[in-house]
Design a protein around this ligand. Structure first.
Ligand SMILES: [Zn+2]
Length: 124
């Protein structure tokens, strides 16, 4: 699917992702919606709608996590929302799953072994 290390076990991470979707992109703030999101991850695309219209989706794709909307629904306001949300998602990913300085692969910040590549040095 991609080179991202997150799994369904990473509930704390998915909770943080959903909080960004709520705060930045208007996803529904109810606990039920959050649980539904967290339980479905990781999935390549998840429709949350929010302030991005029917095409308002969260993507786990090509080593990135991001939101977007349908091209035909794009407005200046939505472009700004998407930019803001994606910056927050990218920062969260770098914080929780920092890149190995040797090979660029991501690993958990709580993983004591860090990366298994020969250059494996964590940036901690
Ligand atoms: Zn490495």
């Amino acid at each position: 699917m991609n080179d991202l290390p997150m799994t369904a076990e990473d509930e704390g991470f998915w909770n943080e992702v959903y909080e960004i979707l709520v705060e930045k992109a208007g996803a529904h703030p109810s606990l039920l919606e959050k649980m539904s999101f967290v339980r479905s991850q990781p999935t390549p695309e998840y429709r949350f709608i929010g302030r991005l219209g029917f095409g308002g989706k969260f993507w786990v794709n090509l080593g990135r996590i991001y939101v977007n909307c349908y091209q035909e629904d794009m407005t200046d306001e939505r472009r700004a929302i998407i930019e803001d949300a994606n910056q927050a998602l990218s920062s969260l990913l770098d914080l929780r799953f920092p890149r190995c300085e040797g090979c660029g692969a991501r690993h958990r910040d709580s993983d004591d072994e860090g990366c298994s590549c020969s250059n494996g040095t964590s940036s901690r």
